[in-house]
Design a protein around this ligand. Structure first.
Ligand code: 5GP
Length: 204
């Protein structure tokens, strides 16, 4: 007989995310994962809300007064997290192919893993004040380019990155290690460790 194991609400969230990735996640050439029917195109509000609550739990020891992400796919998770943090402001960096020259923005360069192009990301200086305590949230972590670009915006602003939370980490790419070595506190809610026969392998 299988023993009955009672899961805590947190464990249930993580199990739901893992099960969903295994059931609905798809893998494309070049190691690109699609989670389009619950995070990246259609969104599952219960799962999104649970992930936000879990980010708040993981960073509970830290004061956060701003959530920062990059458009477009990070916005939903960042917004739900900002609500779960007690309705703090959420800012998303905007992308453009060309440099912004007006001087009223912080700007950095990010190479897009999924699109294979370099973007200049920027935020208005007024939305990232000096001394802000920033939690960075994104949907995926792969090579760490997007998160590094967001950290660079915070560095220019004199804001403090208190942590980086990602819904899905691809542990077979070096992003987490690079960010951790640079001294950032990184939490991934699910870790895809590899792909076997077209199936995603998710860490327990
Ligand atoms: P990184 O900058 O860490 O290489 O990649 C993270 C960013 O690229 C995220 O903002 C995410 O939107 C996108 N990304 C990276 N890998 C994937 C992937 O496998 N699937 C999807 N849907 N997006 C990805």
């Amino acid at each position: 007989m299988t023993p009955f194991i009672r899961l805590s609400p947190i464990e249930k969230t993580m199990k739901a995310l893992k099960d969903r990735i295994i059931k609905d996640g798809r893998c494309f050439p070049g190691g690109i994962l699609k989670v389009d029917n619950f995070i990246n195109h259609q969104m599952d509000p219960i799962l999104m809300k649970s992930m936000a609550v879990e980010f708040v739990r993981r960073f509970a020891s830290t004061k956060i007064n701003k959530v920062l992400t990059v458009e477009a796919s990070g916005i939903a998770g960042a917004l739900t997290t900002a609500i779960a943090c007690g309705n703090i402001p959420v800012v998303f960096a905007k992308k453009s192919r060309t440099r912004n020259v007006t001087g009223d923005v912080y700007e950095s360069r990010v190479f897009s893993f999924t699109h294979g192009v370099e973007n200049h990301i920027h935020v208005s200086k007024q939305y990232l004040p000096k001394g802000a305590k920033v939690l960075i949230v994104d949907d995926f972590l792969a090579n760490g380019e997007a998160a590094e670009g967001l950290c660079e915006l915070c560095r220019q602003a004199g804001a403090q990155v208190v942590g980086i939370g990602v819904c899905v980490e691809k542990s077979f790419q070096p992003g987490h290690q690079k960010l951790a070595e640079a001294g950032y506190r990184v939490h991934a809610l699910a870790k895809v460790t590899g792909i076997q026969d077209g199936k995603l392998i998710v860490e327990d």
